[in-house]
Design a protein around this ligand. Sequence first.
Ligand code: CA
Length: 231
Amino acid sequence: MNERILIVEDEQELCMTLGDRLRSEGYAVDFAFDGKTGFEKISQPEFDLIILDVMLPMGSGIDLCAQARQNGVTTPVLFLTALGQTIEKVAGFKAGADDYVTKPFDTLELMARVEALLRRPPTRDSSQQRSGDLYRFGSVVLDARRNRVTYNGQTVTLTSREFQLLRYLAEHSGITVSREELLEQVWGHTSGTMTRTVDMHVASLRQKLEPHPKKPELVLTDPGMGYRFQA
Ligand code: CA
């Protein structure tokens, strides 16, 4: 049961190096070298992870990801961005990215991100009502099978990472959870150097869920402390 990874990247040398490395770790790897082929392949439900370059011939990775998410594709997406593309990182998260690495990247770091994205979230014992894949927290219902959430009667589709983040916060409802804890528990990172990632995902959750993202009522900020879910 090899996990399948799709690499969408026009630099073929990078594709081959990365592909060899991933295969040596036991993953099955497929490639697309332009945006058009990438979109066709992403739309097939056979991949467990997509590594997606931002700058592609025939369509940007960001547009491609946004379109796939609109079509209901929830496969985790790891973006490859070039140095200094800060704006594109933000756009990438809005488009539904789960994580990113900046080129040129360290292969070990990339492998760690890949493993973290593929790792299933641990099952937890907690007091939430659970029936099948549905979790209920007050007015919020999380559907784990579809990465969907219903809040105040509105259904929203989340990326798998957004879903795991919301679920972790909801499972700790009323408790302030630090960015470091979220990175460790939701992303599987052990160092605290990626706390902006947490902020970006919280911002994206708020955009999708909150009627007034700047005045959140569901995922609250405790300044200097972290985030708190309030159903
Ligand atoms: Ca490129």
